[in-house]
Design a protein around this ligand. Structure first.
Ligand code: PFF
Length: 450
């Protein structure tokens, strides 16, 4: 496929893998994974989540990489190029819509993280504030104006990186900060296991309550979490794959991204849940879980403020490399579609997404009476629609496109599998297993199976 004029390429082979990993590892692994696992009962959820990663996630990562590299275009353009005049590009359009929605609330949560980082920087949170950590958190997120500043700051950083361009922006910082975050999470999880809640925490995470498997909600939540955490189903990995030349071996890259991402989530779980039980908190406390648990943990360590500082700094950095990939999906599309410059596209789209995020922020406080989907507040509802519906639906279409819209020989060649057993297993998963499972999860969650 010919390259569109002015498109970038990754500077190195490692650059692509690092960027894909940087996209995958983010708030989804720590903030979202912990509270969604907590709300869905722990081990049974984790089991389904991991099964979905293997039979649905990895095959679709491969499909996105393959499509992107072959087409050398954005989430929508890739489908237009490979299948002109066919309706497959709805997957890309859904993806661009999902990028707007996800980044809108991602910016809000990342803003909270940034706020916590600065509070560790100034020392405010080194010991418990008079009202306690929990009330501190609640009074911050319910404040009608304060969170905007941090959301704005975080979005401005995201725009600045995308403005300069993918290649220069992301490759460097990921190389250092992501491994550091990994090490910190491991250290914190070892510490957390000494706090007295280890037994309960481990049981919660690894001993499934089998009766939970009859609850269709768990499957939808696990599917959404798998897609969200892997940055899957919205063309982020198509877009990143499109900046790739032919030297990369895709299957190795796909498996590395999935293994790394899942390891981050599990370690985060090992850090949070023992502490949750040691502190006598409810694992199902919702999106505030990390913010309410971790400061207490840091407080219990001598000079723990240093850990708090590092934790929120590295998490903000991880969030940034994910938010950059979210914005990049929309920006890459607008650059091609409307011939905008990268600068214009990042500024305009970044601003629009910031504004769309405002109700999510207000929904914690002044607009908390507004509930949209099944008792969820505004932020949760947007997250639900984007992550649990749009991403798996996009993934379903991508799987069908790869499995049925490609000739078998082409799919095997373009994915670098060649005529191997693994290649055939992948095709089987992408043609049948992934689409059928996604479809069944959707069906069961509208109540047809129970
Ligand atoms: N995977 C990111 C995380 O776990 O924080 C979030 C994300 C990034 C989702 C990019 C989707 C996406 F396209």
């Amino acid at each position: 496929m010919s390259n569109e004029p002015g498109r970038e390429q990754w500077a190195s082979r490692l650059g692509f893998i690092l960027a894909a990993m940087g996209s995958a590892v983010g708030l989804g692994n720590v903030w979202r994974f912990s509270y969604v696992t907590g709300e869905n009962g722990g081990a049974a959820f984790l089991l389904i989540y991991m099964a979905f990663i293997i039979i649905i996630g990895i095959p679709i990562i491969m499909a996105e990489f393959t499509i992107g590299r072959k087409a050398q275009s954005d989430a929508v353009g890739s489908f237009e190029k490979l299948a002109p005049g066919k309706p497959w590009k709805v997957a890309g359009l859904l993806g661009v819509a999902a990028a707007f929605l996800i980044l809108s609330f991602y910016g809000v949560i990342a803003g909270w993280i940034t706020y916590y980082f600065t509070n560790y920087l100034t020392g405010t949170l080194w010991s418990a504030p008079a009202e306690g950590y929990e009330s501190f958190f609640i009074s911050f997120i319910t404040n009608p104006t304060k969170p905007f500043f941090w959301q704005f700051l975080f979005m401005a950083l995201t725009v600045a990186i995308v403005f300069v361009g993918v290649k220069k922006g992301i490759e460097r910082s990921n190389k250092i900060l992501m491994p550091l975050l990994g090490v910190l999470l491991i250290v914190l999880s070892i510490y957390s296991l000494t706090l007295g809640g280890a037994q309960k925490g481990l049981a919660f995470l690894f001993t499934p309550d089998w009766t939970a498997l009859t609850d269709p909600n768990i499957y939808l939540a696990a599917l959404g979490q798998a897609f969200f955490s892997l940055s899957l189903g919205m063309g982020a990995l198509i877009t990143y794959g499109s900046y790739l030349s032919n030297q990369e071996r895709l299957p190795g890259a796909a498996v590395s991204v999935a293994v790394l991402d899942t390891s981050f989530a599990i370690v985060a779980g090992l850090m949070i849940f023992p502490a949750v039980f040691a502190l006598g908190m409810d694992p199902a406390s919702g999106p505030g879980l990390v913010f309410m648990v971790m400061p207490d943990v840091f407080d219990s360590i001598g000079f723990g403020g240093i850990f708090g500082l590092l934790f929120f700094f590295l998490l903000a950095a991880a969030a940034l490399s994910s938010s950059v990939s979210l914005l990049e999906v929309a920006v890459a599309y607008f650059i091609r579609k409307f011939s905008w410059s990268r600068q214009k596209a990042s500024l305009i789209i970044g601003s629009i997404i910031f504004v769309i995020g405002i109700p999510s922020s207000l929904g914690q406080g002044v607009l908390s009476d507004i509930q949209i989907i099944g008792g969820r507040d505004i932020l949760d509802s947007i997250d639900f629609i984007a992550s649990n519906i749009f991403l798996p639906l996009g993934g379903l279409i991508i799987a069908l496109f790869m499995g049925w819209g490609f000739k078998k020989a082409d799919a095997l060649r373009d994915s670098d599998f060649g005529e191997t057993t693994l290649g055939h297993i992948w095709l089987f998963l992408i043609k049948f297993v992934a689409p059928i499972f996604i479809f069944l999860v959707f069906l069961s969650s509208i109540g047809l199976f129970n």
